[in-house]
Design a protein around this ligand. Sequence first.
Ligand code: CP
Ligand code: NVA
Length: 331
Amino acid sequence: MSVNLSGRSLLKLLDYSTEEIEYLLGLARELKALKRAGTPHRYLSGKNVVLLFQKDSTRTRCAFEVGAMDLGMGVTYLGPSGSQMGKKESIEDTARVLGRMYDGIEFRGYLQSDVEELAAKSGVPVWNGLTDDWHPTQMLADIMTVQESFDYDIKGRTLVFMGDAENNVARSLMVVCAKLGVNFIACGPRACWPASDVVDACMPIAAANGCEITLTEDPFEAVRGADVVYTDVWVSMGEPDEVWEKRIQLLTPYRVTEELMELTAPDSIFLHCLPSFHDTNTTIGADIAARFGVTEMEVEDAVFEGPRSRVMDEAENRMHTIKAVMYATLK
Ligand code: CP
Ligand code: NVA
């Protein structure tokens, strides 16, 4: 079956079929090879994209900017305080204005309904660069890294998400694993399990693709024989500072440690979407250490820096996969 994503938005991966996700991953692999070989690929020369960020970013912003420039496009960045959106201008009016000037719009913000409204009203492809609910472009980089680590043989492997398993990244991982036939284990305290509507949506998809979804509170059981262990920050952007204390209490047993990694498959890998609190070399990390005496949060520094860690490959792959999304939807 031939896949054509021209004109499509990417708002969440539940909207994409297995074939469409595999197509984007294949395209990202080709674009990465071109980039590595130094072969120009300015396929979208003359087009322009705008990047709207209500929340901060390093990887997503840079991936969209470099990806767009490599494809020959012009790029405008509008940061959390740089536009009229939300304050003096509605999402709908912003969408209609930007749709007259740009060929595509990236949005990172709080509400999933905002990115959906941008897509509905702008008339151009809109890409979700993270909302409170979903982080779809991250998933493509994550799976690309898993593919590269296991020689493109990923069906039937097991990925464990450890920690705040109800956040945007964990929910998105559940979807992409279900779509690609990868067993997904969400491991954390019951209070942080993914919402039942997401689990209910993913269960039949997983069954159709021959894999399983499991929720557990037992970190030692979860990681036994696992191929991929993944974690994310314990408090996501937009959550109030007050939740730190409770999360540290709840999630400390789910820190990814060397002890846990020893129970995984011999060739297992560690992934993290980043940014990560694996030491105290950040303002927040140092503040948490001073307030709660915790010097490593979701992952031990030894795992983050250790031989199983693929986090920098994963970060690089953000660019190749986001470039694939822009190319496939704008060509
Ligand atoms: N992983 C990720 O989305 O990173 P940024 O917040 O730096 O974009
Ligand atoms: N769950 C994190 C992901 C950051 C890339 C957040 O939303 O802050």
